[in-house]
Design a protein around this ligand. Structure first.
Ligand SMILES: C[S@@+](CC[C@H](N)C(=O)[O-])C[C@H]1O[C@@H](n2cnc3c(N)ncnc32)[C@H](O)[C@@H]1O
Length: 223
């Protein structure tokens, strides 16, 4: 059976077979199924992945923006303690898992990639926290009771970033605490953000072309 077939039939098995459990460098409190140099998914180019029918495995990496935001939440648990949290564009689930470890009342992790949905469920179980997951595209929806919205590394594509920014500003205007973790991606909004802190996040050259990325946590200001 090809990798594509296994993946289509059983995403959870594909994830377990193609990742190792690791702690991201800046977030050692959280263990995740991640790609590593010694497993095949790392070596597959985007083109090869497409041939297998798999979308790029964003869920297999702990992105710099997500690591910074997770670190900030773990070090400032009052932001999420007792509150209902949305981890938007969750990928591996790292930020949502960090929020539960920091005492959130509940976390909904949203990601439109069904492999991410499986990865989040696997990773939540490894960390022994409860995280609800949705694959619905929720950009633009009314607030469903979230007190805090956390967004890690989502400013890498213009149409997505523009849609998301308008939605996040509306939520911020309604009193929701909206935080973004970002390592200087091209489509991070140029204004209307308050910088809360910055970290030097260890990355890999294969993914980011550099060993360290200066990564900031921002609060989204209402319009
Ligand atoms: C660069 S990854 C960041 C993952 C994670 N937040 C982190 O920092 O490690 C971006 C994620 O956003 C997801 N995504 C893209 N468009 C989305 C949408 N409209 N709704 C929810 N998730 C989306 C992708 O599937 C991917 O998992």
């Amino acid at each position: 059976m090809t990798a594509g077939n296994v993946a289509a039939r059983d995403p959870a098995r594909f994830i377990r077979d193609n990742t190792l459990l690791h702690e991201p460098p800046l977030v050692p409190e959280v263990r995740l199924h991640l790609a590593s140099e010694i497993v095949p998914i790392w070596q597959m180019t985007e083109e090869e992945l497409e041939k297998t029918g798999l979308p790029p495995p964003f869920w297999a990496f702990a992105w710099a923006g997500g690591q910074a935001l997770s670190r900030y939440i773990l070090d400032n648990p009052g932001i999420v303690a007792g509150r209902r949290v949305l981890d938007f564009g969750s990928g591996s689930g790292m930020i949502g898992i960090a929020a539960m470890k920091a005492g959130a009342a509940s976390v909904l992790a949203a990601d439109i990639d069904r492999f991410a949905v499986s990865a989040i469920a696997l990773n939540a179980a490894v960390n022994e926290v409860a995280v609800a997951v949705t694959a619905e595209d929720i950009v633009g929806v009314e607030n469903r009771g979230w007190d805090v919205v956390l967004v890690g590394d989502m400013c890498y594509e213009r149409p997505l970033a523009e849609r998301v920014e308008a939605w996040l500003r509306r939520l911020a205007g309604e009193g929701v605490t909206v935080l973004i973790g970002d390592p200087g991606r091209t489509y991070l909004p140029k204004s209307g953000l308050e910088k809360l802190t910055s970290y030097a996040v260890m990355t890999t050259r294969e993914l980011e072309d550099t060993d360290v990325r200066n990564t900031s946590v921002w609060r989204v200001l209402p319009l």
